[in-house]
Ligand binder design. Structure first.
Ligand SMILES: [Zn+2]
Length: 159
């Protein structure tokens, strides 16, 4: 079995559900399933009435093997994770995980830094702390490749 990126809540292996569904039942449970690499023994029933969909709900959730678009490592988009996304968080039914947990976490952190940076850079008057926070946000964004030019960071001064 492949070496999957760990998910702190669901682990790094398919979660066997004990439910038995035929390949036909699984492939019919969502229009996308037939084209995915999934683990048949992991399927769990879905509460369709809790999902946000237009035409095709997901009748079942199933552990799906994916490859992260950022780090290219294999990861599992878990049935239980889908249940949480679609029934609790009310994500649109066709949403799909394209990044592993670690890269999603990284992206969220970068988004936060970008928000903090954007809010501080437009301020007319910054306190010393705000300037330091701005500098450190800019430094981290530079290290993650979001900010390309070092002079943008060096130009940050207390105002
Ligand atoms: Zn990744």
């Amino acid at each position: 079995m492949a070496n999957y990126v760990n998910h702190p809540r669901y682990g790094c292996e398919p979660i066997i559900s004990g439910n038995r569904y035929t390949k036909q039942e699984i492939d019919n449970a969502h229009w996308r399933y037939a084209s995915l690499r999934y683990f048949p023994e992991t399927a769990i029933p879905a509460a369709i009435e809790k999902q946000s969909y237009c035409v095709y709900p997901r009748q079942l959730y199933i552990d799906i093997e994916e490859q992260c678009v950022d780090c290219h490592r294999a990861f599992i988009f878990f049935a239980k994770e889908q249940q949480y996304w679609f029934e609790e968080l009310k994500f649109w039914i066709d949403a799909h995980a394209i990044k592993c947990f670690e890269c999603r976490k990284k992206s969220r952190a970068i988004n936060q830094l970008q928000i903090s940076y954007a809010n501080l850079i437009i301020k007319e008057h910054r306190t010393l702390e705000e300037t330091q926070l701005l500098k450190s946000s800019a430094q981290q964004l530079f290290e993650s490749g979001v900010i390309k030019k070092i002079n943008k960071i060096n130009a940050i001064r207390k105002m």
